[in-house]
Ligand binder design. Structure first.
Ligand code: NAD
Length: 297
């Protein structure tokens, strides 16, 4: 079992840290929120007064922070962790951030002989709680093999996408596709219903036909079609429209930098941005269904 510093105990980081404790790891935690820290301490973690103190004796540091600038603040600069931790510490950043930010932190780590990997996740808060997250890793193969047993305490599928930054690239590609699939599925369902079809019957038909996809299989956006899906609880919980917008923003920025054409991704970004601006930012992203069919819901 490893001695781990876990930094960022929010909606995702809290349950992930909790699962590492359950797996038997020795955890020291830090978050700006005292409440978040207290919850983990109640479960058996040690608390620290700063990121530096949390990481001081750790074999592995894991961060789960909101965005790239938080990650840069924690790792880089004179007060950053990379300036104080020993070169034997392994660093895993599971936040969703721009690939170039991940590469910047990785370069600074490599200069100090520290193994760094970007390890963003897919699976949402439900996956974080259940310990079934997918980890998408970017970094050296040796670091990947070393990190795998730790990540297995929080996830079910652990992928090595390639070198530093590749985990973040794969993550934003996946979420751009997810946004496109969810918009397209909602659009098709709305068209069918406007023609008098039952959304449950149409969903089943498309599921078994060439339009079948993840949204239809496990995350149907039409209210009442799928028990347990966010659509059936007024789009509460799940993966927020605001977070989808963050990821689509990362995908589009990346496309500009790489001169990649992403017309479907751009359209999805505009749809979700408009949807957020209409007061839906804190609903689950499958609420994009309401954009296509408002008169009934
Ligand atoms: P969150 O806002 O719930 O949690 C972030 C936590 O980081 C907060 O508790 C905050 O206090 C803490 N924090 C911020 N700056 C800090 C600092 N300098 N030092 C210590 N703690 C600090 O966010 P979340 O939903 O847990 O998401 C975390 C990351 O995971 C994001 O990058 C997000 O894009 C990604 N992600 C989220 C989901 C999801 O469904 N929520 C799914 C996949 C990936």
């Amino acid at each position: 079992m490893a001695t781990i510093a876990f930094i960022g105990l929010g909606n995702m980081g809290g349950p992930m840290a909790s699962n590492l404790l359950k797996a038997g790891h020795d955890l020291t935690v830090f978050d700006l929120s005292e409440d978040a820290v207290r919850t983990l301490v109640d479960e058996g973690a040690k608390s620290a007064a700063s990121v530096q103190e949390a990481a001081a004796a750790a074999e592995c540091v894991i961060t789960m922070l909101p965005a790239g600038h938080h990650v840069e603040t924690v790792y880089l600069g004179d007060n950053g962790l990379l300036a104080s931790i020993p070169s034997t510490t392994m660093v895993l950043d599971s936040s969703t951030i721009a690939p170039e930010t991940a590469r910047k932190v990785a370069e600074a780590a490599v200069e100090k002989g520290i193994a760094f990997m970007d390890t963003p996740v897919s699976g949402g808060v439900g996956g974080a709680k259940a310990g079934t997250l997918t980890f998408i890793c970017g970094g050296e193969p040796e670091a990947f093999e070393k990190a795998k047993p730790i990540l297995e305490g929080m996830g079910k599928n652990i992928f090595h996408a390639g070198p530093h930054g590749a985990g973040q690239v794969a993550k934003i590609c996946n979420n751009m596709l997810l946004a496109i699939l969810m918009s397209g599925t909602s659009e098709a369902l709305a068209l069918g219903v406007k023609n008098g079809l039952d959304p449950a019957v149409l969903s089943e038909i498309m599921k078994q036909s060439s339009g079948g996809n993840w949204a239809l299989n496990v995350y149907n956006p039409w209210p009442g079609v799928m028990e347990g899906a966010p659509a059936s609880r007024d789009y509460q919980g799940g993966f927020l429209v605001n977070l989808m917008n963050k990821d689509l923003g990362l995908a589009l920025d990346n496309a500009v930098k790489n001169q990649a054409a992403v017309p479907m991704g751009s359209l999805a970004r505009n749809l979700f941005q408009l949807h957020a601006s209409q007061g839906n930012g804190t609903l689950d992203f499958s609420s994009i269904q309401r954009f296509y069919y408002q008169d009934k819901h």
